[in-house]
Design a protein around this ligand. Structure first.
Ligand code: NAP
Length: 413
């Protein structure tokens, strides 16, 4: 439990009117009701939009409390944080709007989780506010959506199974996306374009983004060379062609930070990478080259002003995203292969029952917030954590019993 006592709410959802915030709010409302065991409120900058959201939930949401706060107004954020033990934030791009809230949470001892995948921003937050969060007791957990819970908890699960079966963790782990059926929302595209724009203007940032240990504490920056798929490649473990996976850039950093925060539980020489399976034979090979080219084109075009407006014309705008039907019909299937230092192998699988970026992300973020509010021991100190290093088995229980995720061992040899 949080070190804070006597707050009105357990959880406040800040950014409840965002595309993903509405999914999260609906999930919490349908799962936990209002004013029952969980005391929670919705918050955002527009009282009228918050009112419309409540109306869309129906009569029973009449009692759901509303807090008006603006991401750029520290005093309104402080007033919000004083009322709650945990804030879940979906106000992004976080690199543009997120810092004042992290600062206020760190100062007021308020536990916090979010959906950022912006590695350069996470690093800045850790460097600037870790001491403050340690002093106040605030536990800050970034990346509680599709990036990076399935990867982070997927590796956590694989290593638990490896330890139980082989008596040792796997030194090398690879994650391959077999299926990820879903679409991007305007908010996510805006965040990705902002990273491309910032990186194009700043060589130091480009170097930082290329460093797999950029958000690990300095003493945990391993010298072990990390695999990094830059183009189409054939994968012998799964017998398929691979293309780069866009979320790998953040997921790999979170997995390494989890290893570091657990005192190198996966080993000091641990390696990890992610890629997308594109299929077998010539079809798979062509698809791998096509995806590699399209990704490169998107980031190059987003980086520079003359071409950025063309991209903006064709991608969803902030506030837009997949339809409820597309969320319901979406799903994902991730495969992991781990190898121990003495050559033993384990293959595992993680699935989610909604589209990765929204339907499933809303549920994962909600359960990460619930876990932060109700599962975390008081002896877990303040600071910047990762989902698996702070919430571990308790989050696993919630993900599998409530949020539609499955974790499975496929084979060991
Ligand atoms: N990690 C993942 O897997 C994952 C998945 C999905 C989304 N995301 C990230 O989550 C974030 C939200 O995505 P989205 O698609 O839901 O975005 P969105 O619909 O564009 O929502 C952005 C939200 O920010 C709010 N906002 C902007 N400026 C504000 C201010 N000054 N004060 C208070 N609120 C402010 C907006 O408020 P109004 O509603 O009043 O306009 C809106 O609610 C993005 O950063 C996205 O990259 C991550």
């Amino acid at each position: 439990m949080s070190t804070k006592t006597d707050t009105t709410y357990d959880i406040v959802v800040f950014g409840a009117t965002s595309f993903v915030g509405q999914i999260l709010t609906t999930y919490l409302f349908e799962s936990y009701g209002v004013g029952r065991d969980v005391h929670w409120a919705i918050a955002g900058r527009s009282e009228s939009k918050l009112g419309s959201l409540k109306q869309s939930l129906g009569k029973k949401a009449g009692e759901l409390p509303v807090i008006v706060a603006d991401a750029s107004d520290e005093s309104s954020l402080k007033a919000m944080c004083e009322q709650t033990r945990v804030v879940i934030s979906t106000v992004g791009p976080y690199a543009l709007y997120g810092e004042p809230l992290v600062k206020v949470c760190a100062e007021t001892g308020t536990d916090y989780c979010d959906l950022t995948g912006e590695v350069q921003w996470i690093r800045k937050m850790v460097e600037t506010y870790e001491d403050t969060a340690k002093a106040s007791g605030a536990r800050i957990v970034h990346c509680c959506g599709f990036d990076s819970i399935p990867s982070d908890m997927g590796v956590w699960f694989l290593q638990q199974q490896a330890e139980a079966t082989f008596g040792a963790p796997c030194q090398d782990v690879r994650m391959r996306v077999k299926v990820a059926k879903g679409e991007f929302s305007g908010g996510t595209v805006a965040s990705m374009m902002n990273v491309a724009k910032e990186a194009a203007a700043d060589p130091k940032l480009r170097k930082e983004l290329a460093n797999p240990f950029s958000i690990c504490p300095p003493e945990h920056r391993s010298k072990t060379r990390q695999p990094s798929l830059k183009g189409a490649e054939y994968d012998r473990d799964f017998g398929v062609w691979l293309a780069p996976f866009v979320m790998g850039a953040i997921n790999t950093r979170i997995v390494h930070r989890s290893n570091a925060l657990q005192n190198a539980r996966y080993g000091k020489e641990f390696t990890y990478d992610e890629a997308m399976m594109t299929g077998r034979g010539m079809k798979g090979r062509l698809a791998a080259y096509a995806i590699t080219g399209a990704l490169g084109g998107f980031f190059t075009a987003s980086a520079f002003k003359p071409s950025r407006w063309v991209v903006e014309k064709f991608v969803p705008k902030p506030g837009e995203g997949p339809s409820p039907e597309a969320q319901k019909n979406g799903f994902y299937d991730l495969r992991f292969v781990g190898k121990t230092a003495d050559g033993k192998t384990i293959k595992t699988k993680v699935t989610g029952d909604r589209d990765p970026g929204y339907g499933s992300t809303g549920k994962m973020l909600g359960e990460a917030g619930m876990s932060l509010a109700f599962d975390v021991d008081g002896d877990k100190q303040g600071g910047f954590w990762t989902p698996s290093s702070l919430l571990d088995g308790k989050l696993y229980e919630r993900l599998t019993s409530k949020a539609g995720l499955t974790f499975e061992v496929l084979e060991t040899s």
